[in-house]
Design a protein around this ligand. Structure first.
Ligand code: SF4
Length: 61
């Protein structure tokens, strides 16, 4: 699954903590970004990150 982070991200870091295989902080924008597609091994964590984002900033791409 492919994700994207929109500009409502408040940089709380939760998605990075929940699924670092898919999400990371972008030092230039100060917001999270989805840098990799999720795999079978981390798809549940990626979905949890999306569903838990307090800003609703993560979308399936
Ligand atoms: S959980 Fe949502 S608000 Fe927090 S860093 Fe990730 S995308 Fe941004």
């Amino acid at each position: 699954m492919k994700y994207k982070v929109n500009d409502t991200c408040i940089a709380c870091g939760l998605c990075v903590n929940t699924c670092p295989e898919v999400f990371r902080m972008n030092d230039d924008t100060g917001m999270a970004e989805a840098y990799a597609e999720s795999t079978e091994a981390n798809n549940d964590a990626a979905q949890e990150a999306m569903n838990s984002c307090p800003a609703g900033a993560i979308e399936e791409a």
